[in-house]
Design a binder for this molecule. Structure first.
Ligand code: TYD
Length: 227
């Protein structure tokens, strides 16, 4: 059993949902217990807030309140689903997490970075993803993919925004990866689906192997000092 928390980030139409499903299948075929989830949402309390946020109903309250709503939804999601699954030794795969708030709510806003840190502390406590996979596609491709995908529904609050803003968000995700290279890995999402899935599968197998070795080392170390 390997307790491990992986988040997927990236812009609209970057292929996160498809790749999460593929990674879950890959890990289950290896005998791992996997929970997949998404934000905003992932728990009954957070899903109630998802509707308020994505309908645009909260937009008029301003970006700070929106950021608080994302954090409130995240706190419920973490407490009721993510943390219990990790404590049960499962692997959790989450479609978007706190990096989305950093990029979508805090980029270009005049919000104090201290607010961001406080909201993160409130929602996450000491929890951080072990690995964040950033699926990178140019905004022009992502926006077009998202447009085709939603032919059956009207664009949500964020899908409506213009391509230049989506491209700035893309650059902000790349900057996060540059700043936190241990946790964040960028994968080229313009490659075909199979190639992306293979790349992610190999990366995660590698990281899980290293995490198991580290856990083994720790338990052996504890055994020694216990003697
Ligand atoms: P969703 O329909 O789940 O789309 P996607 O496939 O792009 O994840 O919509 C989630 C939207 O909410 C997406 O446009 C990004 C936005 N979002 C934020 O602005 N801040 C956040 O913290 C999160 C989790 C999502």
């Amino acid at each position: 059993m390997t307790r491990y928390f992986i988040t997927f980030e990236g812009g609209e139409g970057s292929g996160k949902t498809t790749q999460i499903a593929r990674l879950a299948n890959h890990l289950r075929a290896e005998g791992q217990e996997v929970v997949t989830t998404r934000e905003p949402g992932g728990s009954p309390g957070a899903n109630a807030l998802r509707h308020v946020i994505l309908s645009g109903a909260a937009e008029r309250l301003g970006v700070e309140v929106e950021a608080m709503l994302f954090a409130a939804a995240r706190a419920d999601h973490v407490d009721t689903l993510i943390r219990p699954a990790l404590e049960a030794g499962k692997i959790v795969l989450c479609d978007r997490f706190h990096d989305s708030t950093r990029v979508y709510q805090f980029l270009d806003s005049d919000l104090d970075p201290g607010t961001m840190d406080a909201l993160e502390r409130a929602a996450l406590g000491d929890l951080l993803p072990n690995l964040t996979i950033i699926l990178d596609v140019p905004a022009s491709i992502g926006v077009e993919r998202a447009r085709q995908r939603r032919s059956d529904h009207s664009p949500d609050r964020f899908e409506k925004e213009d391509e230049a803003l989506h491209e700035r968000r893309r650059q902000a995700f790349l900057k996060l990866a540059e700043d936190m290279p241990e946790r964040c890995v960028v994968v080229d999402g313009t490659q075909d689906e199979e190639t992306v899935a293979e790349e992610i599968g190999a990366l995660v197998d590698d990281r899980l192997g290293a995490a198991r070795l580290e856990a083994l080392g720790q338990s052996l170390g504890a055994g020694k000092t216990g003697r």
